[in-house]
Design a protein around this ligand. Structure first.
Ligand code: BV8
Ligand code: ZN
Length: 249
């Protein structure tokens, strides 16, 4: 944890204290300090030979359902073994200081919910939820999946994770709420995201075009950095708690 060496611009501190509407977009970088690999990080072990974009698609699931089911089963286990980090908790407390707060996440790991965030929009679903690929029935239990992908009790369809794959539409209600939050906020944070995946990556620009102040927190520059009003470079799990302390004590 850094000492008080991290000094934030006084203008940013007073802006946050006065803000009535704040929208935050998070990406895999926010979960990195919990021990989860980001999408850009290379995969390891059995999965090292694949790029996530190659696996997270309906085509990949149609081609080899068991491979894709096993990849998500492996990721669900990885998520079960990690906990929210100080960055997740800082965002959960920021929510209490801002009259109108929206946390828009691209992450499917469920760590924001676990950290207590209420005003949460999960744009890309949640890997802990499993549903039928045909009739959308959700299920918490399924038969042994060592040989074959488990099937839906209702219709016999294949089970799949309740996440948005590349080429699939985002949940309309979550996306509409996220666009509304981005367009009407005073301050927009983009935290721990490389800003590559659409339409999530467009939210920061939607906010900026409506006059919001854009604050980016990232370990390294991204395509958004040159357009952001503030770029706080470093780990979100260190910067966010310090920012809250200097803003709200
Ligand atoms: C759609 C769930 C249409 C699954 C995910 C060409 C141009 C523009 C768009 C497209 C295009 N070709 C195709 C598209 C569309 C496509 C897309 O954007 N492709 C990209 C690759 C170009 N988008 C889609 O397909 C979307 N759907 O468009 O549908 C449609 C409309 C109607 C009807 C039908 C169809 C769906 C996109 C959602 C895909 N699903 N996840 C799963 O997880 O398995 S996306 C997945 O990847 C994640 O959810 C996340 O969103 C994304 C990874 O991005 P990041 O979160 O940013 O993570 P990344 O690793 O990239 O970066 C981490 C960052 O953290 C880095 O910057 C790093 O520096 C930083 N960092 C690391 N450690 C820290 C840190 N920062 C701070 N602290 C640290 N400690
Ligand atoms: Zn079904």
């Amino acid at each position: 944890m850094p000492s008080r060496s991290v000094e934030f611009p006084p203008a940013l501190i007073s802006l946050l204290r006065a803000a009535s509407k704040v929208a935050v977009l998070t990406g895999a970088g926010v979960s990195q300090e919990s021990g989860l690999r980001t999408f850009r990080d290379a995969q390891t072990g059995l999965w090292a030979q694949y790029k996530p974009e190659e696996l997270a698609s309906p085509e990949a699931f149609a081609r080899d359902p068991k491979l894709i089911w096993d990849w998500y089963a492996w990721r669900r286990e990885a998520v079960k073994s990690v906990r929210p980090n100080p960055g997740h908790y800082a965002l959960a407390s920021m929510e209490k200081h801002i009259p109108s707060f929206s946390l828009i996440t691209q992450n499917v790991d469920g760590l924001h919910r676990m950290a207590g965030s209420q005003r949460l929009l999960e744009l890309h679903g949640n890997i802990q939820r499993v549903r039928c690929a045909e009739c959308y029935t959700f299920t918490e239990t399924w038969e042994d999946d060592s040989e074959a992908v488990p099937r839906c009790q209702e219709c016999g369809g294949l089970l799949r994770p309740d996440v948005v794959w590349f080429g699939e539409a985002l949940p309309r209600d979550q996306l509409e709420a996220a666009v509304e939050a981005a367009r009407s906020c005073d301050v927009f944070f983009s935290i721990g995201t490389s800003g590559v995946v659409q339409p999530a990556a467009s939210l920061a620009f939607a906010a900026r075009n409506r006059g919001a102040v854009v604050v980016e927190i990232n370990a390294e520059p991204t395509p958004l950095t040159s357009k952001a009003d503030y770029f706080l470079q470093g780990k979100s799990g260190e910067i966010l708690p310090e920012l809250l302390k200097q803003t709200w004590g």
